[in-house]
Design a protein around this ligand. Structure first.
Ligand code: CDP
Length: 149
């Protein structure tokens, strides 16, 4: 029995993240979250998310991570396709990441777990925070979708 149908064939572990925006069709704000650890990543800003566990699908993991880390329920929109097979994004040697647009449908994003600050960035301010290196090309890809703030 295949216990890990969602793992990439590359052997890297799968991470999921959300580009949480104010509107799926015409976003004007993007949510950034500042990591508290591990020390090499602490202080860096990321699209919130985390590792997919063996017993869940990537989208189940995405909903779980956003609930645990930010205290929100989201509606998931279209994927933000990356360059790897399977449309994921490379995160160093050990991980690759699937990303979707999402909007909050319940709750107010807060730094509950793994982060010490969350911040909404307007269209002209998407690069005002120090994104983790792996997240930077994803935000660059997202920029084209943004309207005026
Ligand atoms: O929360 P969990 O422990 O499941 O996973 P994580 O530590 O948030 O994510 C696993 C790895 O993915 C981290 O070590 C980060 O290097 C990377 N990551 C990233 O680069 N950018 C993100 N937006 C999310 C995770």
């Amino acid at each position: 029995m295949d216990l890990s149908p969602h793992l990439p064939s590359s052997g890297r572990a799968l991470v999921v993240a959300a580009a949480v925006v104010d509107d799926l069709r015409t976003p004007t704000r993007l949510l950034a979250a500042r990591r508290t650890g591990p020390s090499v990543l602490a202080g860096g800003w990321e699209l919130p998310g985390g590792k997919v566990e063996l017993d869940e699908t990537p989208l189940e993991a995405l909903h779980r991570e956003l609930r645990e880390e930010l205290g929100v329920v989201v509606e998931v929109g279209p994927p933000v396709d990356g360059p790897l097979p399977g449309r994921s994004w490379l995160l160093g040697e050990r991980y690759e990441m699937l990303v979707w647009l999402a909007v909050v449908v319940e709750g107010e994003p807060a730094a509950i777990e793994d982060h010490d600050e969350v911040r909404w960035l307007g269209a002209g301010h998407l690069f005002d925070v120090a994104w983790l290196p792996a997240d930077l090309p994803i935000v660059e890809r997202l920029e084209a979708r943004f309207g005026a703030s």
